[in-house]
Design a protein. Structure first.
Length: 250
């Protein structure tokens, strides 16, 4: 997923920077240098905590089922990932990108940010002091140049995307884009994965939304080829010129 401002440059008071640490690639929209430095430091801290836990239990990294081992004493990032995966019946790594984005956004807010967007490979956490156009990238689908219109908001929001045709993430479905929306950013990420898994090759798209009909998910959207379906409360859609250079990907 990529942020899109109708093809115009960022306002003079906003900046954008990409940061990579191993598999984590984040595009950060920020107001002040201190905000992006706080974001980078949080990526480093949270990855270190997660990697330490995985070294102790490699099963956490590979299981596609809800993690049912003890998490007593585990770092918060691990507990959040486990909780989110359990909510939609899948493994904890389904929520890794959104959970890191959530922690990074929190660090930026503690540093004083009132407008911040963290795009971790299509899993986005944001607060906004102005409207934001959030472009939906659906690969080769003819349903392109679409964007969600996000109004200003002080409370964090998660807009997370999975795909069976775009990107390296594991998906067992056929969605070009499966988007889940929630104030619970970890849950949004896990739900996007579950939704993408549920999109069959030819089954009705509406059937796939059963996978995300859980408390906390506000809305969802699926694109498969020439088809699109919406569920729940989805921000208004509008046409917007997609800027490929803003897509966060390896």
């Amino acid at each position: 997923m990529t942020k899109n401002h109708g093809g115009v440059k960022e306002p003079a008071d906003l900046f954008r920077e990409r940061f990579r640490l191993k598999e984590t690639i984040v595009t950060i929209t920020f107001q002040e240098r201190s905000h992006v430095e706080a974001a980078k430091e949080e990526v480093i801290v949270q990855r270190a905590l997660l990697e330490e836990f995985i070294r102790a239990d490699p099963f956490f990294l590979v299981t596609l089922e809800p993690y049912d081992c003890s998490i007593d004493g585990a770092p918060e990032i691990v507990r959040e990932m486990v909780r989110a995966g359990r909510a939609v019946g899948i493994g904890p790594m389904s929520a890794v990108a959104g959970t890191i984005a959530r922690f990074v956004l929190g660090a930026m807010m503690r540093a004083g940010a009132t407008h911040a967007i963290v795009d971790n490979g299509g899993d986005v956490a944001l607060i906004a002091d102005r409207p934001v156009l959030m472009g939906i990238y659906a690969g080769t689908s003819p349903l392109r140049d679409l964007a969600l219109t996000i109004p200003p908001r002080e409370k964090p929001l998660g807009i997370c995307t999975s795909s069976g045709t775009v990107g390296p993430s594991i998906s067992f479905g056929y969605a070009d884009a499966a988007v889940a929306i929630s104030d619970d950013i970890s849950l949004a990420d896990a739900a996007a994965t579950a939704l993408g898994n549920a999109v069959g090759l030819a089954s009705p798209l509406a059937d796939s939304f059963q996978s995300v009909a859980v408390p906390g998910i506000e809305g969802a959207l699926v694109i498969r080829g020439e088809e699109m379906a919406l569920w729940g409360e989805v921000p208004p859609l509008r046409r917007a010129s997609l800027r490929p250079e803003l897509i966060t990907r390896a």
